[in-house]
Design a protein around this ligand. Structure first.
Ligand code: ADP
Length: 447
């Protein structure tokens, strides 16, 4: 049994995890940098430990300090949230060596999914459909041959990739040499590893991802999909569950493929299998072995608390539900509220002078922000998430419109006005968008 959880994160996700711990009667330890001493997760935790100065490398990414905080407070488990150390296999190994439970998958599963080529090969072996592409790494000398076999346009991707870096499109043979060499140079600079591989480039896909949870013993379930096609620079902005593009049969079919794969893998914990979806076909791109930012929309339509499930399986208590228990109720949308200029997306840290969160049926606000809170300039600009649920997509959209009018965050710039624009757009109303839609929209409205 787990009796005290150290939350190795900050911001809204630290608060989110803390809420689950409290509901389960588990004691909590917050860790924080000197810049976050006033943060809400620190105020609400049972105990807190300052683990270093503002830069993440010296605080939230500092494994020694976090392990020391566990030892000092007697925490017997760590929840890593998302980002920071959540997909760090070495961290999971170190906790294990100290007899501390890592609330997440095994270090081996983190490693497998952290390397893109290994992840893709593993997915394929588990029966998950993948993007057609090279069989492993591609060297410059055989790039032409591989690309001809796949068919143009092709995408060159870094094996160690992340955040869209080390990724280049070659539309024709003439572009190939340069695409390969720039992708390799970018990959080397960003990840210290210039290995690249090649995939068919899909022109107008949607980003659809499937939520899974496994108990590590061979039982696993899926909780349907999320559509995260509305992105800016590969960052998700607005997410929906269910996807406006899928019907029930497609949902249950891809969900079953993912759940079956996780059973075979004996996967433990929450995970997300990400796909590009085009012309009725799914193509695996990666698996995230952690809780995702957009998990609340899945919680809204299934009624299942994913952090409760993560803690249950980490403590050997198994899943609280079977696949047959899960039903999908209505529709949910999440808007990511960033402290950024809504047009230029330049970060806007500073003091929140007035804060009023909306309420009412079907409304959830996950945020550590409050009136008088000073947003530090050192971290990600996500300051909160607005999650709205309705019985139908139309009801959900009408509720979102009402809720956006109520939400007040003064003193800093936020991306709230962007959502007020999107909610009035006909393509959005129709659910008719792909992964390029938002970039095109922003380019065409920025005059
Ligand atoms: P990263 O880990 O760097 O974010 P991903 O493999 O998750 O890389 O891909 C990031 C994004 O790049 C996807 O969400 C999609 O927008 C685009 N992308 C990736 N693979 C392809 C592909 N084969 N065809 C078209 N776009 C792609």
């Amino acid at each position: 049994m787990i009796s005290k959880i150290l939350i190795a994160n900050r911001g809204e996700i630290a608060l989110r995890v803390l809420r689950a711990c409290k509901e389960l009667g588990i004691a909590t330890v917050a860790v924080h940098s000197t810049a976050d001493a006033d943060a809400m997760h620190v105020r609400l935790a049972d105990e807190s430990v300052c683990i270093g100065p503002p830069p993440s490398r010296e605080s939230y990414l500092n494994i020694h300090q976090i392990v020391a905080a566990c030892e000092i407070t007697g925490a017997d488990a760590v929840h890593p949230g998302y980002g920071f150390l959540s997909e760090n296999a070495k961290f999971a190994d170190i906790l294990d060596a100290h007899g501390i439970t890592f609330i997440g998958p095994t270090a081996d599963h983190i490693r497998i999914m952290g390397d893109k080529i290994t992840a893709k090969k593993t997915a394929e072996a588990l029966g998950i459909p993948v993007v057609p592409g090279s069989d492993g790494e591609v060297k410059p000398e055989n790039a032409i041959e591989v690309a001809r076999k796949i068919g143009f346009p092709v995408l060159i991707k870094a094996t160690a990739g992340g955040g869209g870096r080390g990724m280049k499109v070659a539309k024709t043979e003439a572009d190939l040499e340069e695409a390969v060499s720039t992708a390799r140079a970018e990959a080397l600079a960003a990840f210290g590893n210039d290995a690249v591989y090649m995939e068919k480039y899909l022109g107008k896909p949607r980003h659809i991802e499937v939520q899974v949870v496994g108990d590590g013993e061979g039982n696993a379930i899926h909780l349907g999909e999320r559509d995260c096609s509305l992105q800016r620079r590969h960052q998700k902005v607005w997410e929906e569950a269910n996807s406006p593009a899928l019907n029930v049969e497609q949902r249950m079919a891809i969900g079953k493929v993912c759940a079956d794969a996780m059973k075979k893998l004996k996967y433990r914990g929450a995970g997300t299998i990400e796909f590009l979806y085009e012309n009725g076909e799914f193509y695996f791109i990666e698996m995230n072995t952690r809780l995702q930012v957009e998990h609340p929309i899945t919680e809204a339509i299934t009624g299942i608390d994913l952090v409760h499930e993560q803690i249950r399986v980490a403590s050997g208590g198994g899943l609280s539900v079977t696949q047959e228990d899960i039903t999908f109720q209505g529709h949910a949308i999440e808007c990511r509220i960033n402290a950024e200029d809504p047009r230029t997306f330049v970060p806007s840290p500073g003091t929140i002078t007035h804060f009023h969160a909306p309420g009412g049926l079907g409304v959830r606000v996950d945020s550590g922000a409050y009136q008088g809170y000073r947003i530090p300039p050192y971290y990600d600009s996500l300051i909160g998430k607005l999650i709205v649920h309705g019985r139908t997509r139309v009801e959900c959209m009408m509720r979102l419109r009402r809720v956006l009018d109520e939400f007040v965050i003064d003193g800093i710039k936020t991306t709230l006005p962007l959502f007020q624009d999107l909610i009035s757009n006909q393509d959005i109303a129709n659910g008719d968008y792909d992964i390029h839609w938002l970039e095109n929209y922003l380019a065409n409205t920025s005059a």
